[in-house]
Unconditional design. Structure first.
Length: 161
């Protein structure tokens, strides 16, 4: 069943968009430091790859754990698995340069690819949120009345059987 657009639901959607923008902005700032570390030579680059590997593993495990626990306990914890999944994807896009599997895929191109992926994610999320926010707002009284009406109808159907 589609969720009814109430004021609270509208506020949730707006807050989700702002929260994602803040997370992406923070990640973009961290990427500036990662870019400098990957461009420098010697120990900074090797330490950066170790940190990316550790963060990638934490991201993959965190995504799976949060998703499974969220599904199992029916909580909203599974929504936060997307942050860990994004961390894993970001680290994988940056770490794959170390192996030289893709010709021409350098540190600079990997950082640009991460920025483009972050921008595309936010644009798609903003479009989806804008479409959802276009739905008319229903008052709380109407939602409660329609739910009780639906419950009465289902009880009558059960009694007939």
């Amino acid at each position: 069943m589609a969720k009814v657009m109430t004021r609270e639901r509208k506020e949730q959607l707006s807050n989700r968009l702002v929260l994602n923008f803040g997370i992406l902005l923070g990640a973009a700032l961290v990427m500036l430091y990662v870019n400098n570390a990957l461009r420098s030579g010697g120990t900074y680059r090797s330490v950066t790859y170790i940190v990316l590997l550790v963060l990638g593993i934490i991201g993959a495990v965190g995504a799976v754990v949060f998703f499974i626990i969220g599904k199992w306990k029916k909580s909203k914890l599974k929504n936060y698995s997307a942050i860990f999944l994004g961390t894993f994807i970001l680290c994988a896009m940056l770490y794959i340069v170390k192996f030289n599997w893709i010709p021409g895929y350098t540190n600079v191109i990997s950082v640009i690819a991460v920025y483009v992926a972050m921008a595309l994610y936010f644009i798609v999320l903003a479009i989806v949120t804008a479409i959802q926010l276009k739905k008319p707002v229903v008052k709380e009284k109407d939602v409660a009345a329609s739910e009780t009406g639906a419950r009465r109808k289902s009880k009558k159907r059960k009694k007939r059987k």
